[in-house]
Design a protein around this ligand. Structure first.
Ligand SMILES: *[C@@H]1O[C@H](CO)[C@@H](O)[C@H](O)[C@H]1NC(C)=O
Length: 163
């Protein structure tokens, strides 16, 4: 007899660079996910900054504001007791990745960079992001102080997983 788990898969009406509005919608989705009894809340790709930020993806401010949004999410009591899987850009060793940041109870469990970037049709993800190419290879990621101050972690693993 297996166990069941409730997964909340959220499609949000995010806007490019609307950090405040995006954050409110993420928090509301976490609230709804918990209300429905979900143990895991999965959000859209790059939901923190919005998907189509164009060359704003390359600006330091976009990355800083994304980290500040992550800090707010970590600190909000709403994100307690539910695994949050958040889409946001993350700079690692001066290279920008399109990532999932997964945390529970103010502890970051995993950062998972996207491995296969969309380059067909209207997509030009490789203009802004680098694909993670080190299959099943883990590296230490040094948390920015504004995150480490909350989580009490100094660094943790960047771990790509392929299905
Ligand atoms: C997360 O925190 C809640 C209390 O806020 C606690 O009940 C729960 O056991 C914690 N989960 C884990 C895995 O530590």
């Amino acid at each position: 007899m297996g166990h069941t788990v409730t997964l909340a898969c959220c499609a949000l009406n995010q806007w490019a660079l609307d950090f405040h509005g995006n954050l409110q919608r993420i928090l509301e989705s976490v609230r709804l996910a918990k209300e429905k009894g979900a143990a895991y809340r999965l959000g859209p790709e790059l939901e923190v900054c919005g998907y189509g930020c164009g060359d704003h993806f390359l600006e330091g401010d976009t990355q800083l504001l994304s980290m500040q949004s992550l800090a707010t999410l970590l600190e909000d009591p709403l994100t307690r007791n539910i695994i949050c899987d958040i889409g946001m850009p993350v700079m690692h060793k001066n290279v920008l990745y399109n990532c999932r940041v997964i945390f529970l109870n103010q502890t970051i469990l995993l950062i998972r960079p996207k491995m296969y970037l969309a380059m067909d049709g209207n997509y030009r993800e490789m203009r802004w992001f680098t694909p993670w190419t080190k299959l099943r290879h883990t590296e230490q990621f040094y948390l920015p102080p504004l995150i480490a101050d909350i989580t009490g972690q100094v660094c943790f693993n960047v771990l790509p997983i392929v299905s």
